[in-house]
Write a protein that binds this ligand. Structure first.
Ligand code: KG4
Ligand code: ZN
Length: 347
């Protein structure tokens, strides 16, 4: 990697992870994450005020840790990137305020970026530059979309479809709660499912009929179907086979996700499929999509699980591409926008 590539620090505080990453171009130099997840466990979900306070406490130590890991000084930076949205308003605000302060104090340009585009751009750190367009399946706790991306890390993208109700990660979290597995649900279902039979229960595949929109998702009917199935067992006084329910639910989600994403790539005549977002850490989604891509002749790019869930490196990765492309930096007056639209890559 040439040393004239931009050195960028990325700050991520949209949910319960205080992430600070440092990259040089597409080279990952540091990925420091302080999570407040333990503080939310007893509430069964992220409590925004608790998350904001934790970000405030973790921010400066996490920036220091990232600089130490990368062996760089703040004064070396060519840019400060920060998640400007979407996410929890108060949590975003802590990161945006910190990024503005660093930008002003260091006289370094600020880039307020979209969390969802950062989930896509992080793959560059794992697999290097991609010279072709790709379809991105973006699956997180708050969003599930299929995107057509001409340039990974660029400012153009088209949303081909999205969830009409729950996000994929939200479905994992809700089903884990109703199964009594705990929070956050995705990794717990992933683990429980390894002991179960994915074909044990035929849960519905939402929006897969011939008249349904090809690239939209719906997971709330699936969640209700799981709840009804479990209730029926309990009413009959029969034990609930947790591993089989987890495996069958997970299969229903990943089957629809991978089918639709591959179809999008085929129909657009695009050879690359990229997975991003916390649910892309799911072992079965990775396995099934890899098998199907191989059969379809599509090249799959999936970052390691640690880079799929929220982190600062992904924000730095997107920031570095924007610096490289000569994008106009953000003003110091940019807001933290909790409902930033997916197509607004740079604020
Ligand atoms: O991208 P992310 O870290 O945060 C948001 O932007 O929302 O995604 C978090 C979501 C949660 O719903 C979590 O349960 C899910 O990703 N998740 C998983 C796995 N790891 C995290 N879902 C399924 N399987 C996993 N292994
Ligand atoms: Zn995320």
């Amino acid at each position: 990697m040439a040393t004239d590539e931009p050195l960028v620090l990325g700050i991520e505080t949209s949910c319960d992870e205080t992430g600070v990453g440092i990259v040089r171009g597409t080279e990952l130099l540091a990925d420091a994450v302080a999570s407040s997840v333990e503080e939310h466990v007893r509430y069964g979900g992220v409590v925004p005020e608790v998350a904001s306070r934790a970000h405030l406490e973790a921010m400066i130590p996490t920036v220091r840790r990232a600089c130490e890991q990368a062996g760089v000084q703040l004064s070396d930076l060519d840019g400060i990137a920060v998640t400007a949205g979407p996410g929890l308003a108060g949590a975003l605000l802590v990161g945006v305020a910190a990024a503005k302060a660093y930008s002003l104090a260091l006289d370094t340009p600020l880039y307020g970026v979209n969390h969802l585009s950062a989930h896509v751009a992080v793959d560059l750190l794992e697999h290097g530059p991609l010279d072709e367009a790709c379809i991105a399946l973006l699956v997180s706790g708050g969003h599930s979309s299929i995107l057509q991306v001409p340039v990974v890390g660029g400012q153009e993208l088209t949303e081909l479809g999205a969830t009409l109700d729950d996000a994929a990660g939200e479905a994992f979290d809700k089903v884990a709660r109703l199964l009594g597995l705990g929070f956050p649900g995705g990794p717990l279902i992933d683990r429980a499912a390894r002991e179960g039979d994915p074909d044990a229960i035929a849960f519905p595949r939402g929006l897969t009929g011939p008249q349904d929109p090809a690239f939209a998702f719906s997971f709330s009917g699936l969640k209700t179907a799981v709840a009804r199935w479990v209730e029926a067992r309990q009413r009959a006084g029969e034990p609930v086979p947790l591993a089989d329910v987890a495996a069958s639910f997970q299969e229903a989600v990943v089957d629809v996700l991978s089918t639709k994403a591959i179809r999008a790539a085929r129909e657009a005549g695009i050879d690359y499929l990229l997975l991003g977002g916390g649910v892309a850490a799911n072992s079965r989604l990775r396995e099934l999509t890899a098998q199907r891509c191989e059969r379809a002749g599509i090249r799959l790019r999936v970052p390691r699980p640690q880079l799929c869930t929220d982190n600062g490196a992904m924000v730095a990765a997107l920031g570095a591409q924007l610096v490289r492309a000569g994008a106009t930096p953000s003003g110091l007056d940019i807001p933290a926008d909790s409902s930033l639209p997916i197509v607004e890559v740079l604020v």
